[in-house]
Design a protein around this ligand. Structure first.
Ligand code: AMP
Length: 462
């Protein structure tokens, strides 16, 4: 769970990157960083917290130059501290290079041990640093060769944005294409972003996605395309980007996230109908699915829960104590909408079940006569090792409990999930889900896991 952004060949590179990162804030709130290049020199500014807290006019003024890359972080590998905030900057025999990474490498632990045994000294606990050490050791003469050699050794999910001190910007997607990465154009400059919503903000034109297994280099003469490997057959784009993670105004995998979520809600209404007086979403992420459910069922849609916009995504806070407290801080019921009503609540996913349990309690407290919970994705039974922050398998309520048991735990009158086939049809692929990773719902991991992940899975008490 991270966002990357890059701009090449623009007089106000750092300012534009700041805006582009702003639009990616939903992808992580732990740290934000920018690196800009001017006259062969890479300058870096990183800070903990939100983009708007991390950068002010003075900080941006310290980043002159015509190309810049940025990163928004939520830790999925490595601890939450400033030294792990990206983009990283490293000096090596090829010059200086900066790297921003979205995704998670599954063989980083093994590679790191190997690199350390041969003398590498790591500065961070992040999996991303492994790529740079592998590049430094590669014998190939140029940056493309070094990058290619490094990426041939890593396994897992990576959408990367790199910037060299001779002003090459590089975008990369792993052969499976787990995480999104798109190319846009802003007048004479090229832009890269995790999601198209950044392009809308800076008024850039969307050109295309970086393909799975593709390396795209942007330099003075224009843009060139190269390959790490052929795309996986089929690629496995993360379906959870559509379910929850991406912003609804983005196109991911060339499809509208909003429309995919709305269709998930429609399918859910077909698969799990229930009599009710009102359909309400768990805002914000449940809104499009609830609209779909309401349209399909003919039951009116209302905003029965109001979200405070002054707290971040509560789930995203790494500390459990804050997260528990967070639900009340974040959501409050509208009594005039739910009082005396049979309420159908639509949320996009149920992970530990703690959010839903609190919501059901809150709605009953506000007078709801019945509370029916509808989840617009299948039960989350497995953790993600490819870059979405999910708890361990033991903490996933659906790993060890049936739908009926979960319903009892969250104390709702009925609970139903969207089927896997329903979700896949909604995102526009075949019912078996070709082209997508849905390991969090199936346990079918498309890229072999590393030893530490397998140990974690085996240890799960489910
Ligand atoms: P839980 O209380 O663990 O069941 O959390 C479920 C809520 O968290 C739902 O409202 C989801 O929209 C949201 N959610 C699901 N997955 C994630 C994630 N990886 N990061 C942040 N929030 C999430």
């Amino acid at each position: 769970m991270c966002g990357v952004f890059g701009i090449h060949g623009h007089d106000e590179a750092a300012n534009i990157a700041y805006l582009g990162m702003h639009a990616l804030q939903h992808r992580g709130q732990e740290s934000a960083g920018l690196v800009a290049v001017e006259g062969n020199k890479l300058r870096q500014q990183v800070a903990m917290g939100l983009v708007s807290d991390a950068f002010n006019r003075d900080a941006l003024a310290k980043l002159p130059g015509t190309s810049a890359i940025g990163h928004i972080r939520y830790s999925t590998a490595g601890t939450s501290e400033l030294r792990n905030a990206q983009p990283f900057v490293f000096e090596y025999s090829g010059g200086a290079i900066s790297i921003a990474h979205n995704g998670n490498l599954v063989n980083a632990t093994e590679l790191r041990a190997e690199l350390e045994a041969s003398g590498s000294i790591f500065q961070t606990s992040s999996d991303t640093e492994v790529i740079v050490h592998l590049m430094a050791k590669a014998r190939e003469p140029d940056v493309l060769g070094k990058l290619n050699a490094a990426l041939k050794r890593v396994r897992g999910a990576y959408s990367l944005c790199l910037l060299t001190n001779d002003e090459k910007m590089i975008g990369v997607r792993d052969p499976n294409g787990f995480r999104p990465l798109v190319i846009g154009r802003l007048k004479d400059s090229y832009v890269l972003s995790s999601e198209t919503c950044s392009f809308d903000l800076i008024e850039a034109e969307f050109i295309r996605e970086i393909e799975p297994g593709e390396i795209v280099i942007f330099e003075k003469g224009g843009m060139t395309s190269h390959r790490i490997a052929a795309p996986a057959e089929p690629p496995t784009f993360c379906v959870f980007e559509h379910v929850y993670f991406a912003r609804p105004d983005s196109l991911v995998n060339s499809k509208s996230v909003y429309r995919a979520r709305e269709r998930m809600g429609q399918k859910l209404a077909q698969e799990a109908p229930i009599d009710g007086d009102v359909v309400i979403p768990v805002p914000d992420s449940g809104v499009p699915a609830a609209i779909g459910y309401s349209k399909e069922s003919g039951i009116p849609f209302e905003m029965g829960l109001i979200r405070s916009h002054y707290v971040g995504r509560t789930f995203i806070e790494p500390q459990d104590s804050i997260r528990h407290f967070g639900v009340r801080l974040k959501l409050s019921p509208v009594r005039s909408i739910v009082d005396g009503k049979r309420v159908i609540v639509v949320d996009d996913s149920l992970v530990r079940g703690t959010t839903s349990r609190k919501i059901v309690k809150m709605l009953r407290g506000a007078g709801a006569r019945e509370v029916h919970l509808r989840i617009s994705a299948p039960p989350t039974t497995h953790p993600c090792f490819y870059g979405i922050n999910t708890p361990t398998r033991s903490e996933l309520v659906a790993a060890s409990h049936s739908v009926e048991e979960i319903g009892r735990y969250v104390t709702c009158d009925s609970l139903a999930y969207l089927s896997h086939e329903g979700m896949m049809t909604a995102v526009g692929t075949s019912p078996n889900g070709a082209g997508f990773c849905s390991a969090c719902f199936t346990g079918d991991y498309p890229v072999a896991l590393g030893t530490s992940d397998l140990v974690q899975l085996r240890r799960a008490r489910v």
